[in-house]
Design a protein around this ligand. Structure first.
Ligand code: ADP
Ligand code: MG
Length: 781
C-alpha cells in the first residue's frame, strides 16, 4: 500500500532528523523494504512517483553530508506532496441536486420519517448535522489477511470460500451457525448466533470477504458475527476505510454508512468558510477534504489530517465568535463615565491590617482602569484560594460607590451571601456606605423595604444570590456587578446583565482556578486579571496522607490543635448511611466525633439543612461556639474561618481534585500553620493513591486544576451545560491546549482588522448559522 511506503520514507527521515546514529546501517534495509513492496502499489501514477524517489535517495549514503541534507529535505517535500496527492481525496462527482445545509435529514436517501426519528436521538436533524457527526472509530478494510498469518485479537479482512457448514441447536433460544471458510493458506471458522438468514447467503462454494476480530479457540481460528460481503471475484472486494458510528436502538451500522455515503456526496457543493490565512497557518485540509476524511477517509493519514483540521475549524470559529462578542461589548460606549476620585479607597487601604500584595495592587489597577474607561468592564479576576480576591473586589466596590453608583454582589448560595455580607458590611460601613443583604430567607417586609431603598438609591451595596438580583429588583443607578465564586454563570447570562442595565461593569471572580483552555473558552469573552501571589507570611498548608489505621494518632493531633484554640473540619462524602456505598457519613461520624472530642463542641452541616439552619451552624462555627465542624462538601466554596487550622477529609477519592483543593483552602487563612489530612484506606487502588499524593505535593491550584481536567474531562470539571457554551464535537479541552491557544492568537490577529468579518462573507454566514442558538450577540453580526 502506498500509505505504508510513504510512512516508511517518513520514518527514515525522522531517524535521520533525530540523529539516530545507526541510521546509516538501517537505511539499506528500509530502501530494500520499499523496493520489494513496490508491486503492491495500485494507485495510478504512484508507481512512477515512488520509483523516482527511490532513484533520488539511492546514492544517499555515498553523498557528502551537506548534499545528503539537501536531498533529505527534498525527499521530505516530495513525501508531503505525494501524501496530499495519493492519500487524500474529496467528492468529485456532481450530484444531481444540490441540497441546502439545513435540509431535513428525512429527505436523504435511506432515511425517511422513521429513521429520521432515530437519528434525532443522535442529535442529527439536518444534512449539516450529519456532516459534522463524528464516527467513534474506523475500520481499516484495505488489507486482506491470509488465514495462515492472521493473528489473535487483530481485526482484519479474510477472503475465502465457504467449504462447510454446520448448525448447532444449543437450546430453544440459541442456534449457532458455524461456517468453515478457506483460502489458499488455511481454514477459519466463521460463527453466527441466531442469525439463520445468513445461511441463504453463505452457501457452500460461495466466495466472500469477512471483516472481524480473529480469535483462537481450541486450536482453530475463529471470527464471531463478522460483517461479510459476497464476492463474485476477489477483485470485487472494496478496499476501504469505513466509519463506525455511534448507534441507537433500531439503527444499524450498515444503514448509517449508507446514509453517510449519500450525505457525503453533497459535500461536492461546499465552499470553505475558513479564511485562507488560517488554512495555511494550521496546515488544514479544505472543507470538502476534511468532511470526506471524517466519514470516508482514503487513508489513515487522511483521517488524522481531517480530525485535526476539524478541531482547528471548531476552535477557530469559536474563538472568532467569542472574541467578536468581546469586541462588541467593548464597543458599546456608555452614556456616562464614572468619576472616581479614589479618596475612599485610599481610606479603606489604610484601614486594612495588612499590606496588599503586588499582585493584588496590579489587579486592582487593571480593574480601576476599566471602571473609569468609557467602555463597560467585562473582566475575570482569577486567583488561587486564599489569594485575597475579595479585598480587591472591595476596593473596586468602594470606588464605584464613591462615584455615586450602586453595586450588586452575586454569590451562588445564601450561606456564602451571609458570610460575604458580614465581611463586606464590616469593612465598608465604617466608610459610610450602606450595605444590605437580600436572600430568600430575608423577611418579606424587609425585602420590600430593601427593594424600595434600592430603587431610591439609599443603599450602596446589595449582596445576594443571583436569583434575587436577576428577578424584580430595580436600582436607581446600578454601576457595577460582582459575580463571586460562580462558574455556572456563562456568557449568555452575563450578556443578559449587560443588556439589562445601563452598561454596568462586570467583575467575575472564581474560587476554582481554571486551566487555560477552559479560561479561553468559558471566559473567552472576558479580560483576565490574575492574582499570582499569596499574601506574605502565609504558611503553606501541609497536606498529609494518613492511613485509616492511624486514626487514633490523627485524633490526638486534632486534640492538640483544639487545645490551642484552633478549629477543625471533618469532611465526609455522604450525608447519611448508604445501602450501596460502604463509606463513612457525616451524620454518623458527627455522633462518633462528639464522643471522641467530649470536651469540645461539635457542629454538623450538610446539604439537607435549610438555608437558615446552615447559616446558623456556620455562624456558630465562625464565632467559635463550635470547635469542630462535621460536614459534607457544602463547605466547599469561599467560607473563611481564620482559626480553622485542620481539615480532615475522609474518602478523599470521592471528591474531584479541584474540589479537594477548594476544601483544603478552607484552612490556612491566617498566619498559623494549617494541615489537611487525607484519610486513605487499604482498599484504595494504587493509581488513586498516586493521584492523591501528587495532589498533596501540589500547592498551586492551577496545576491541580490541570491534573483534574485531565482526569475527569471538562464535562465533570464543571457543569458545562448551563454555560451557554456550545458543546465541542472534535476538541478535547484537556488535550487540545495548543490548538485552542493557536486559534485564539490567530483569531485575535484576524479581528484586529475591523472589517475582517465584513470581508469574509462565507465565514460570517457560517458563524451566524452555527451559533444561532447558543451565542447571543452573534445575531448582531
Ligand atoms: P479568596 O477569596 O481569594 O479565597 P480572600 O479574599 O477571602 O481570598 O482572602 C483570604 C484571607 O486573606 C482573608 O482573611 C483576607 O483578609 C486575607 N488577606 C487578603 N489579602 C491579604 C494580604 N495582602 N495580606 C494578608 N492577608 C490578606
Ligand atoms: Mg473568596
Amino acid at each position: 500500500m502506498i500509505e505504508d511506503i510513504l510512512n516508511t520514507f517518513e520514518y527514515i527521515i525522522q531517524l535521520k532528523e533525530k540523529n539516530i546514529k545507526t541510521w546509516e546501517d538501517i537505511f539499506p534495509s528500509f530502501y530494500n523494504l520499499v523496493k520489494n513492496n513496490i508491486s503492491e502499489i495500485t494507485e495510478i501514477g504512484a508507481l512512477e512517483d515512488i520509483k523516482k524517489i527511490l532513484a533520488y535517495v539511492k546514492p544517499l549514503k555515498l553523498l557528502p553530508e551537506d548534499r545528503r541534507e539537501q536531498r533529505l529535505k527534498g525527499l521530505k517535500e516530495s513525501i508531503r506532496e505525494l501524501k496530499e496527492k495519493y492519500l487524500i481525496d474529496e467528492i468529485t462527482e456532481r450530484p444531481e441536486k444540490e441540497l441546502a445545509l439545513f435540509t431535513d435529514i428525512k429527505y436523504i436517501k435511506h432515511v425517511g420519517t422513521k429513521r429520521a426519528e432515530l437519528l434525532k436521538r443522535l442529535n442529527i436533524s439536518s444534512l449539516y448535522d450529519f456532516f459534522y457527526f463524528p464516527p467513534r472509530d474506523y475500520e481499516d478494510r484495505r488489507k486482506v489477511t491470509k488465514i495462515f498469518s492472521a493473528k489473535e485479537n487483530e481485526k482484519g479482512v479474510i477472503i475465502g470460500k465457504v467449504i462447510n457448514y454446520e448448525e448447532l441447536k444449543i437450546n430453544e433460544g440459541l442456534i449457532i451457525l458455524n461456517f468453515s471458510v478457506a483460502d489458499d493458506t488455511g481454514v477459519i471458522i466463521v460463527t453466527f448466533f441466531n442469525q439463520g438468514y445468513v445461511k441463504s447467503y453463505l452457501k457452500k462454494g460461495v466466495k466472500a470477504a469477512f471483516y472481524g476480530k480473529i480469535e483462537f479457540s481450541y486450536g482453530l481460528k475463529q471470527m464471531k458475527s463478522p460483517d461479510f460481503q459476497i464476492l463474485e471475484k476477489e477483485e470485487d472486494f472494496k478496499k476501504e476505510i469505513l466509519p463506525i458510528y455511534p448507534l441507537t436502538t433500531g439503527l444499524f451500522q450498515t444503514t448509517m454508512r449508507n446514509i453517510a455515503k449519500e450525505v457525503i456526496k453533497q459535500t461536492f457543493f461546499l465552499e470553505d468558510f475558513i479564511p485562507d490565512e488560517f488554512l495555511k497557518e494550521f496546515n488544514m485540509l479544505s472543507l470538502k477534504k476534511r468532511l470526506k476524511g471524517l466519514h470516508f477517509p482514503l487513508s489513515l493519514y487522511h483521517k488524522d489530517r481531517a480530525l485535526c483540521s476539524l478541531k482547528y475549524e471548531e476552535a477557530i470559529l469559536f474563538e472568532i465568535a467569542i472574541l467578536y462578542v468581546k469586541l462588541k461589548v467593548k464597543e458599546t460606549k456608555r452614556v456616562e463615565q464614572k468619576d472616581i476620585e479614589g479618596k475612599l479607597s485610599q481610606k479603606f487601604i489604610e484601614s486594612l491590617n495588612f499590606k496588599l500584595t503586588d499582585a493584588q495592587k496590579r489587579c486592582y489597577e487593571e480593574i480601576k482602569r476599566d471602571l473609569m474607561s468609557p467602555y463597560p468592564m467585562n473582566r475575570l479576576l482569577q486567583g488561587d484560594v486564599g489569594s485575597g480576591k475579595t479585598v480587591v473586589s472591595e476596593l473596586a466596590i468602594v470606588d464605584v460607590c464613591e462615584a455615586g453608583y450602586q453595586v450588586a454582589v452575586m454569590v451562588p448560595t445564601s450561606v456564602l451571601a451571609k458570610q460575604q455580607f458580614q465581611r463586606i458590611s464590616k469593612d465598608l460601613t465604617s466608610l459610610g456606605l450602606k450595605v444590605e443583604l437580600l436572600i430568600g430567607e430575608t423577611k418579606e417586609n424587609e425585602k420590600i423595604s430593601i427593594k424600595e431603598r434600592l430603587k431610591l438609591g439609599q443603599i450602596d451595596v446589595v449582596i445576594g444570590t443571583h436569583a434575587i438580583i436577576q428577578q424584580d429588583v430595580e436600582f436607581k443607578k446600578l454601576g457595577f456587578i460582582v459575580i463571586d465564586e460562580q462558574h455556572r454563570f456563562g456568557v449568555n447570562q452575563r450578556l443578559e446583565l449587560i443588556k439589562k442595565g445601563t452598561h454596568p461593569d462586570i467583575l467575575v471572580m472564581t474560587a476554582t482556578p481554571i486551566p487555560r483552555t477552559l479560561a479561553m473558552t468559558f471566559y473567552g469573552d472576558l479580560d483576565v486579571s490574575l492574582i499570582d501571589e499569596m499574601p506574605k507570611g502565609r504558611k503553606p498548608i501541609k497536606t498529609i496522607l494518613v492511613s485509616q489505621a492511624n486514626q487514633n494518632s490523627l485524633y490526638e493531633f486534632v486534640q492538640q490543635e483544639l487545645k490551642q484554640g484552633n478549629q477543625a473540619f471533618f469532611i465526609y462524602p455522604l450525608i447519611e448511611e448508604s445501602e450501596t456505598l460502604d463509606l463513612k457519613n457525616a451524620t454518623d461520624m458527627y455522633e462518633k466525633l462528639k464522643e471522641t472530642f467530649k470536651e469540645y463542641n461539635v457542629g454538623l452541616l450538610h446539604g439537607r439543612f435549610s438555608a437558615s439552619e446552615k447559616n446558623d451552624v456556620m455562624d456558630k462555627f465562625f464565632n467559635k461556639e463550635y470547635n469542630i465542624l462535621v460536614a459534607t462538601s457544602v463547605v466547599e466554596v469561599g467560607i473563611d474561618v481564620p482559626d480553622a487550622t485542620v481539615i480532615v477529609i475522609e474518602h478523599p477519592d470521592r471528591f474531584g481534585l479541584s474540589q479537594l483543593h477548594q476544601l483544603r483552602g478552607r484552612v490556612g487563612r491566617s498566619k498559623k500553620q494549617s494541615y489537611c489530612f487525607l484519610v486513605i484506606d487499604e482498599k484504595m487502588n494504587y493509581e488513586t493513591k498516586q493521584k492523591l499524593s501528587a495532589f498533596a505535593k501540589t500547592k498551586d491550584g492551577f496545576k491541580v486544576a490541570e491534573i483534574d481536567l485531565k482526569w475527569r474531562g471538562p464535562g465533570k470539571f464543571f457543569g458545562l451545560e448551563q454555560h451557554g457554551i456550545p458543546e465541542f464535537k472534535f476538541l478535547d479541552l484537556s488535550e487540545d491546549i495548543l490548538i485552542i491557544e493557536n486559534s485564539r492568537k490567530k483569531a485575535e490577529n484576524f479581528l484586529e482588522n475591523p472589517l475582517a468579518l465584513e470581508h469574509s462573507e462565507k465565514l460570517k454566514k457560517e458563524l451566524k448559522f452555527k451559533y444561532r442558538n447558543s451565542l447571543e450577540l452573534i445575531n448582531v453580526l
